[in-house]
Design a protein around this ligand. Structure first.
Ligand code: FPP
Length: 272
């Protein structure tokens, strides 16, 4: 049972937004491209890593809010396969922030029944990072509340390539026939296996790109972009995103209400 008072006290602007949200039609899975940490720091004349550090508070609030809204899953894009091109100091700082976050937050995740999971090639990360991640994975493995996924060393194309390789090796040894491969079989080889696809994809800092994030899984996600930089992202922005999501008409390529989309002349968006 969602407790609105725990999410936002009465009389606040967060609460009035929350009151406009239909709690029976929440997205099941929210995915977020956390962007703008560097710009946030630059605006203050600080080093880029100060933006990443400030972004941790936004991570904490997003996780807590999604758990209190009783969503099934939240996936945060923390480090892409392309991010290895960043300066060494920035990479090292990001990895230590992650370790610090897990260390500090583990008790909280457990208390809130949050299951933590890594989306990405974890085995290519530094041993000390892998150790901390493994600790979090093991400790929360029996939690049944929010599935909190951190995309780390993640690339959408790499993920699809890995899934194809795994299917191909099953075909090569005769465990699977090519005809048995369908969207479900491929989906079951992705890092997000077992989770619903994101209904809502949020990107902060205004860029209109998907940046190789969950390419397979976002086929029908609603995309919401905010100019807010990630370190400034708070629950009020999440509520705004959910409200915007609830105003969209999801057609999955079909038509709604026995052809209303066609009748209203919207058929130009033929594949949408
Ligand atoms: C993008 O901002 C942000 C990242 C690449 C990293 C996000 C990481 C965190 C918020 C901290 C660690 C995460 C967790 C889950 C504990 P950018 O640096 O690309 O910003 P810019 O586009 O303004 O330069």
């Amino acid at each position: 049972m969602i407790d609105k008072d725990r999410l936002a006290p009465t009389g606040t602007s967060e609460r009035s937004l929350l009151d406009s949200i239909d709690l029976a039609r929440l997205p099941r899975h929210v995915a977020i491209i956390m962007d703008g940490n560097g710009r946030w720091a630059k605006q203050r004349g600080w080093p880029r890593v100060a933006g990443h550090r400030a972004g941790i508070e936004s991570v904490r609030e997003a996780v807590e809010t999604c758990a209190r809204l009783e969503l099934d899953a939240l996936t945060l894009y923390a480090f892409s396969v392309e991010n290895w091109k960043r300066p060494r100091f920035e990479i090292v700082t990001l990895m230590s922030l992650l370790k610090e976050y897990l260390n500090k937050e583990l008790a909280n995740l457990l208390k809130n029944d949050i299951r933590f999971r890594v989306v990405g090639r974890m085995n290519e990360l530094d041993a000390s990072v892998q150790k901390e991640l493994a600790k979090g994975l093991a400790a929360t493995s029996s939690c049944r509340g929010l599935a909190f996924n951190i995309a780390l060393n993640y690339g959408g194309r790499t993920e699809i390539v890995d899934a194809c390789r795994s299917l191909a090796s099953d075909v090569a040894v005769g465990r699977l026939s090519p005809e048995q491969i369908d969207e479900e079989t491929l989906g079951s080889r992705l890092f997000t296996a077992g989770l619903p696809d994101p209904d809502l994809l949020i990107r902060t800092s205004g860029e209109m790109r998907v940046s190789n994030f969950l390419l397979w899984q976002i086929a029908y996600s609603e995309i919401w972009v905010t100019p807010t930089l990630w370190p400034d992202f708070r629950k009020i922005h999440l509520f705004e995103a959910i409200l915007a999501f609830q105003k969209r008409e999801r057609r999955y390529g079909g038509v709604i209400d026995g052809g209303r989309a066609e009748d209203s002349g919207e058929s130009g968006e033929a594949a949408g």
